[in-house]
Write a protein that binds this ligand. Sequence first.
Ligand code: UD1
Ligand code: CA
Length: 479
Amino acid sequence: MSQAPSRTVVVLAAGEGKRMKSATPKVLQPLLGRTLLGHVLAVAQAIHTDRTLVVVGHKADQVGAYLADAAPEATPVLQAEQNGTGHAVRIALDAAPELTGTVVVLSGDVPLLRPETVEALLSTHERAGAAATVLSAEVAEPGGLGRIVRDKDGNLERIVEQKDASAEERLIREVNSGIYAFDAALLREALGKLSTDNAQGEEYLTDVFGILASQGHPVAIEVAEFAYETLGCNDRAELSRLRVLMRDRVNDGWMRSGVLLLDPATTWIDVTVTLEPDAVVDQNCKLSGSTTVARDAVIGPDTTLIDTTVAEGATVLRTHSIGAQIGPEATVGPFSFLRPGTTLARKSKIGGFVEAKNAELGEGAKVPHLTYVGDATIGPKANIGAGTIFANYDGVRKSRTVVGEAAFVGSDTVLIAPVEVGPGAYVAAGSAIAKDVPAGNLGVTRAQQRNVEGWTARKRPGTASAAAAEAADTTSEQE
Ligand code: UD1
Ligand code: CA
């Protein structure tokens, strides 16, 4: 019985990435919802690899900890000293002596590569019965990269590094992407023959091609359909270019699936986010983490959603939201801040300048203006007046406030938790409520008002206020 040949992915991620000038290793730099390495591991997963080995070296502890958390299926292999890409792959294969079949080599800093492109590489590799196949790219500026040297028939002769290339070879604009497929046994054998007799004194993985070709083994080339997919990055300027390319690709995908993006150039959607057709995103928005946006919801302008769920037909305007659930046809903003545990039921409203945390709003409940709602349950159809503070923290403990169905809290109220305002109860504006207000009661803590007659004339003589008061004063004209 024949089995499908096994596939092993080796990801090269041991380099330092000095030019990033960062305490974070290059492969752990973030790019629209994943690290650079995370994007590469997602490709490895998508091509149904049997096994993924990640060569780590620089800050191996940090990269290893990331792998344990984000990609437990991947096995780190330590390359203590970075003696070149050939050395890195040799160490990976030494750690897996039983490995056979096809070895796919990916680079930890090439995040735009798509699984489809690796599948194309693999099918060329298999169709040609090749010992080794390289993914090449035609680029305008090949500077720094390895060049693909073809013979007069167009077959791969060898790959030459920029630093070792002749002036003539440097004119070649077909470059090595650093992404390959190999036959495991032949790769192992060729790696044993690498020398460090080159401009960088390193074991070059690329030399495997020249070795295999000179032994008469078939070697193949797959030219990438989209050269930009093979771009790596060495510094933050290059990383930001990759981020723009990734943004455009993500946005194109969502627009083609029916999402309306009004200004894709200022819309940043992590690869982990999902949107339904007919969702609308206006300009200057950032959607990240596990955020989801349902159909007919309108987001933005100027909105950040992190790990936020937005249901059908909701509106979220100029808002910063993290860990909130925004219900169907709910409205939020402008200028509001939703924090974790905020849950807004259907048609509820968070208006302008409201901060909410651990707050549940029932169906149709309204918190329209200038309010802090911390640790609260607000019943359906309840209305919270402008300037209300849910005082949830006594300096030691956080406590909860419950506002019942269709209760009405007047403006400038402090609700001092733990406290409950019953269903249909009212609270007078300006109250400080520390005791429960039973259903249908009015809670009021204000002092009685008294007016001091003639105060302005006596205490502020000669002011505009006194003049206005005198003009308005009808009592002296009364006979
Ligand atoms: C390499 C190729 C070059 C190709 C380029 C594409 C070689 C000799 N050259 O160039 O032809 O155009 O990639 O980007 O392979 N790494 C290790 N251990 C090491 C050295 C590197 O894990 O000892 C990792 C790096 O972290 C990186 C990848 O391998 O992820 C490529 O290394 P890098 O130094 O960027 O490759 P170059 O030598 O520039
Ligand atoms: Ca490189």
